[in-house]
Design a protein around this ligand. Structure first.
Ligand code: GLC
Length: 416
């Protein structure tokens, strides 16, 4: 029954070639939401799955950048909308990006479909490659194999506590007035605070005032954090893109990808925090590690990293956290004093993150823990419905309902 409900959510949120994350709160196309949504469509309509990604890449900029939001049609009920971003592009978009899961999803579509999909893969491949090159060029300027986020929204984990200290460097004292829309649709106690929101808008204005010149913004931005999530996700996506490059016989791209993978495998060492025994983000400007254990700390498995000592410590944390809360994987360690089981990326469980963690654990030989993560995700959705996120202690729903990516993850993984 839940399968049918999940399919119906995707169909109802389909706006013709792209799917909105949720019709009320998020009325446009979001980058990584769409990629996950394609995995859901692939379980019953492979053509529609490809279309989702193809539509997203229609909004790619000439420098390879792929925006985090595409404003295919305006919606006055949303802030910050296309006027505030002022991208000057057609279609209008935001000026920041989001975690690059698309190559991994395209590889999954290709693996399922095979030769019949070759023309579609050939058309998409150079676009994916251009986006990855954009990351290498603008978001790893010192060539360390990391990915630097210039806005918390780029990480996909908007209000994770990892951005608190680096965020203090953002001057939000004279942000031009604005009206938030998220808190009129949703309970404010589940959303980022006013200070956090001011910082989001200040960074947006900073980029817009520089005409979305990504080179210049990368050099001058007051917020520059090597994000553990983005870094692990790009490493994983580079590996998948390499498999696609090999399938298409693109030797030059393949050798560049191999080089970047090797670099990232070294680079992630800088994100390992020996004291806490976990990977975490690190402020590039001060060098300071965040010190937090978040759900993104466990994406090293998904990135294909194998490091017995570190893996044992990470699995130890998962055991400890899993004994403390009913449902893995809370977005923040419940032992942290800032843990808030309802507040967005400071506690709640997100189905897409669980999917990446679960996949990674299964692929690296940690089947029992992978299965725990999958079952917890299934039970959450089974009990509470297709919500944006869930309270890891009680399983209560948080955020918006009828969420596309939650439905997609049910179809491709959790509800299997
Ligand atoms: C929130 C999430 C982000 C997601 C977006 C749309 O901003 O933090 O990860 O892409 O909503 O669902």
């Amino acid at each position: 029954m839940r399968d049918e409900e999940a399919r119906n959510i995707l169909i109802a949120n389909d706006r013709g070639g792209y799917t909105v994350p949720n019709g009320r709160v998020y009325p446009f196309q979001w980058n990584w939401d769409s990629a996950f949504v394609a995995l859901g469509f692939a379980t019953f309509d492979r053509d529609r799955a490809w279309v989702e990604i193809e539509t997203l890449f229609k909004a790619q900029w000439t420098d390879g950048f792929l925006p985090h939001i595409v404003f295919w049609q305006d919606d006055p009920g949303y802030f910050p909308g296309p006027e505030r971003w002022a991208s000057g592009t057609d279609p209008l978009t935001s000026g920041i990006t989001q975690p690059p899961v698309a190559a991994t999803v395209v590889r999954a579509l290709w693996d399922q479909g095979g030769v019949a999909d070759r023309p579609r893969l050939e058309a998409l491949f150079p676009k994916l490659m251009a986006w990855h090159r954009w990351f290498w060029r603008y978001r790893d300027r010192s060539g360390q194999g990391l990915v630097v986020a210039l806005h918390p929204w780029e990480t996909g984990r908007d209000n994770a506590p990892e951005w608190d200290r680096p965020g203090a460097a953002i001057d939000a004292s004279d942000v031009a007035p604005y009206v938030r829309r998220d808190t009129s649709h949703l309970d404010a106690s589940m959303r980022p605070t006013a200070l956090e929101y001011d910082r989001y808008v200040a960074l947006l204005d900073f980029g817009r005032e520089r005409g979305w010149d990504h080179g210049r913004i990368a050099a001058e931005n007051p917020f520059q954090v090597a994000d553990v999530g983005l870094t692990m996700i790009l490493l994983r996506a580079d590996r998948d893109l390499l498999a696609l490059a090999e399938a298409l016989g693109r030797q030059d791209d393949a050798s560049d990808l191999r080089e970047r993978i090797a670099l990232a495998e070294q680079g992630v060492d800088w994100l390992w925090n020996e004291e806490v025994g976990a990977y975490g983000s690190r402020d590039l400007l001060t060098g300071e590690p965040s010190g937090f254990i978040t759900s993104a700390s466990f994406l090293s498995f998904y990135a294909g990293l194998k490091h017995p000592d570190r893996d044992a410590r990470l699995l130890g944390h998962l055991d400890r956290i899993g004994a403390r809360v009913r449902y893995l994987t809370p977005s923040l360690d419940p032992a942290d004093p800032g843990f808030d089981m309802m507040r967005y990326w400071r506690g709640p469980v997100w189905a897409v993150v669980n999917y990446m963690i679960g996949q990674g654990l299964a692929e690296t030989g940690h089947g029992a823990m992978a299965e725990r993560v999958r079952r917890d995700t299934r039970d959450l959705i089974q009990t509470s419905g297709f919500y944006e996120a869930f309270d890891p202690t009680s399983g209560a729903p948080t955020g918006g309902d009828d969420f596309s990516w939650t439905a997609a993850i049910w179809l491709c993984w959790a509800g299997r």
